[in-house]
Design a protein around this ligand. Sequence first.
Ligand SMILES: C[S@@+](CC[C@H](N)C(=O)[O-])C[C@H]1O[C@@H](n2cnc3c(N)ncnc32)[C@H](O)[C@@H]1O
Length: 278
Amino acid sequence: MKKPTRIEREFGVPVPGEILEPEQWTRTALKKLPVHGPLDLVSLFGRKAPLIVDLGCGNGRFLIGSALERPEFDHIGIDILPMVLRYATRRGNQRGLGNLRFAAIDAQRFVGEFLTTQSVREVHCYHPQPFHDARDMEKRLLTPTFLVQVFRILETGGQFFVQTDNTPYWEYLTRIASVFFAFREQSGPWPDALAGRTRREIIGIARGYAIHRGVGVKRADLSEGRVAELAGTLPAPKFDAGPRLKDLDRLESEGGAAPGPRPRRRGRSSRPCPRRRK
Ligand SMILES: C[S@@+](CC[C@H](N)C(=O)[O-])C[C@H]1O[C@@H](n2cnc3c(N)ncnc32)[C@H](O)[C@@H]1O
């Protein structure tokens, strides 16, 4: 008899893939980055394949789905908080993924030091923190200087995916991103994940918050030197991020574990449950 499939749910939405038997598990935690970059991707993955990175990946939901859907691509997710990566690595391991790694590191350092020029096919950044306290503005990730680095690591024709539920951040971002990328707004959820690609997006959609999504293709007509010059003319991210979405922040900050309260339908366990895939 076929064993029941073990599917996990997060806020009622299945986490991509299923938990395999322990002998099929892999190790997706990249516990020790070299002291100095860049990363040797061929020795890390044991092959040469196009690379997808997710900056501030949280519990890794998007990358896990992408690694399952696109086995011909390699994936690296990074987050500054080691704790959230525990959920990402556990799920990645249990799904037997060999084309996925997670590392705890600051995104600016990772992009600046560990990734070489034109080495990445897609950069993803979902819900970078807007930092509502004016004293924390300096911590905002998406600055002109950072986008110069994103531009540098992308291959020709490479894509930068970004989204946020903070409208002032979006307004700032679209202004600066359209200088470096042919940028278009995505209306509505991404077709591959109507309930949301990431944990934060799932909570936001379920609560009816506006979510801004976009994708930019690296502009082919700009040299790296010109991009750096243009960055010097752009403003720093010193906008007023407005009021916090406190309930969303609370649910999101609970990490990537199977969540407690569900936004709309309450009372069901979200632990891995034996269930057959339809
Ligand atoms: C709002 S959460 C979004 C997580 C996930 N992308 C999602 O959409 O569910 C923002 C994430 O960015 C991470 N983060 C914040 N600043 C960072 C930085 N400088 N480098 C890497 N990760 C960062 C946080 O630890 C957090 O996990």
